[in-house]
Design a protein around this ligand. Structure first.
Ligand code: SF4
Length: 300
């Protein structure tokens, strides 16, 4: 049994567990501010998982407090700009924010979530400079390779845009982490595995698997309430996830095995709100099935 788990790989590298500090850059998103669209991706509630306020040192302090119960002495951190499109703004303003976030000695990685169509040259060269100081990760929300699903979720860019972004980020030696959503309407487990395999071959270093979940107030919620969209059962999710893991290379780091939405707004599937139970079930199935990451790839 083998899968390349992020926590293990960080423990080996930093000799301690590394905790995420969720920070806000104050950026919006072109899929929300009218540049590309105004309603956002169909599943996006527009609130952002952690819409923090205040300057970066204050945000860092507040975020450390939130994880303090779990962290021991000498904890190390990832400064994580998770919500919205964190490269959607002037490069000089963002340089100030990111530099401040990665300045403390115990912050060992800067992680920035964004869209591949929001990486102009001045942003990329700023990130490349920061990457000389400490590792910079850029997370891209690809979600699927299938055009009908990409249209349904209103992703707003095509595959060549993603491929170009990965190529340019890797040319700058920046770590790329790509997000995939399992359970998009109309997608079979085979189609999900195709997306995983594509991500595995795209040059990305890591992958985050999410489950399609329905949040209150989203357009997805309206479709779900109208019976147009169904969500996955836990067993089906785990089976599809296992198949995806078999289709990515062994060296690709798995950052996430399931999503982590805001529980108070979760409409479906309700089982996904119990993250601990879901992770236990996934780990149990991986052991039971003797899962081998990459086993479905012929050239492993
Ligand atoms: S790109 Fe991200 S922030 Fe923008 S609408 Fe989609 S999910 Fe929401």
């Amino acid at each position: 049994m083998y899968w390349n788990d992020l926590n293990n790989s960080l423990k080996i590298q930093y000799n301690s567990k590394v905790y995420k500090l969720a920070l806000s850059s104050g950026c919006t998103c072109p899929n929300r501010d009218g540049a590309l669209g105004s309603r956002g991706c169909v599943f996006c509630d527009g609130a952002g998982a952690f819409a923090e306020q205040g300057d970066i040192p204050a945000q860092l302090a507040a975020a450390k407090k939130r994880v303090a119960a779990k962290t021991g002495a000498n904890a190390k951190y990832i400064a994580y700009f998770q919500s919205f499109t964190n490269t959607y703004g002037p490069a000089e303003r963002l340089r100030g924010l990111y530099s401040a976030a990665m300045e403390p000695e115990d912050v060992v990685i800067l992680s920035i979530a964004t869209r591949p169509d929001c990486l102009p040259e001045e942003i990329l060269s700023m990130l490349a400079e920061l990457n000389q100081l400490k590792p910079v990760w850029v997370e891209l929300g690809l979600q699927t390779i299938h055009p009908a699903s990409a249209n349904y979720i209103r992703r707003g860019y095509d595959l060549p845009v993603y491929e170009d972004a990965v190529r340019r980020l890797k040319a700058a030696d920046i770590t790329v982490v790509t997000h995939q959503i399992l359970g998009l309407p109309g997608e079979s487990p085979h189609m999900m595995a195709e997306t995983a395999q594509y991500i595995g071959q795209s040059g990305a270093d890591g992958i985050k698997f999410h489950l399609l979940h329905v949040l209150r107030g989203t357009d997805l919620a309206a479709d779900w309430q109208a019976g147009k969209v169904q969500t996955m059962e836990l067993e089906a999710y785990i089976a599809a996830l296992e198949d995806c893991v078999r289709h990515i290379p062994r060296e690709m780091v798995i950052h996430r095995l399931t999503g982590d939405g805001a529980k108070r707004d979760l409409l479906a599937p309700l089982w996904s709100g119990d993250k601990k139970r879901v992770l236990n079930a996934i780990h149990h199935a991986f052991r039971r099935d003797n899962l081998e990451q990459g086993s479905a790839l012929s050239n492993r």
